[in-house]
Design a protein around this ligand. Structure first.
Ligand code: GDP
Ligand code: MG
Length: 181
């Protein structure tokens, strides 16, 4: 978290984690640039994109990090998590193995974070209802058990993408304002 002299500007680091090909990069490009790629290739190396929203008349910047392919080799480093105050843990509603991995991602996140992290469990690809493998109920139950927010999204048709990120950003903001007060 950073704030300028007037305390009117905030910068929050948010990380996106989850198995390969669940749609992490597309969720980010949809939110930050309103773009979607059908055949996005994972490029190696960490990347982030920034988007600002206004809360209480203040500019709140989210610096959102993408694993950019590192997750394929289970090589997401501690530097990736450092300073993160928010996280989206993503699975693909059509692939059960990606849902089973959520706990491992959470453990990794918890191991590397030393502060309160606002966490959202994201069931992506909800446009693929006909080949759904994880019910909404299963997602909700896991989120409740682990103390996470929960949402289903589609980076393809934009369903709930903005909402997923902005619930997290607003939660971080409210965590921070509570601390400041
Ligand atoms: P990442 O490896 O988690 O970053 O996943 P990508 O964003 O690269 O997406 C992997 C594949 O899933 C790509 O072929 C995307 O086009 C596709 N994809 C991503 N999000 C969605 C979605 O919401 N719906 C559908 N149908 N496909 C998606
Ligand atoms: Mg990616």
């Amino acid at each position: 978290m950073d704030s300028d002299e007037e305390g009117e500007e905030y910068l929050f680091k948010i990380v996106i984690i989850g198995d390969s090909a669940v749609g992490k990069s597309n969720l980010l490009s949809r939110y930050a640039r309103n773009e979607f790629n059908l055949h996005s290739k994972a490029t190696i190396g960490v990347e982030f994109q920034t988007r600002s929203i206004e809360i209480d008349g203040k500019e709140v910047k989210a610096q959102i990090w993408d694993t950019a392919g590192q997750e394929r080799f289970r090589a997401v480093t501690s530097a990736y998590y450092r300073g993160a105050v928010g996280a989206l843990i993503v699975y693909d509603i059509t692939r059960h193995t990606t849902f089973e991995s959520v706990k491992r991602w959470l453990e990794e996140l918890n191991t590397h974070s030393d502060t309160t992290v606002a966490k959202m469990l994201v069931g992506n690809k909800c446009d693929l209802e006909n080949i759904r493998d994880i019910s909404v109920e299963e997602g909700k139950n896991l989120a409740e058990a682990e103390g996470l927010f929960f949402i289903e999204t589609s980076a393809l048709d934009s369903t709930n993408v903005k909402k997923a990120f902005e619930i997290v950003i607003r939660e971080i903001y409210s965590n921070v304002s509570r601390k400041v007060l």
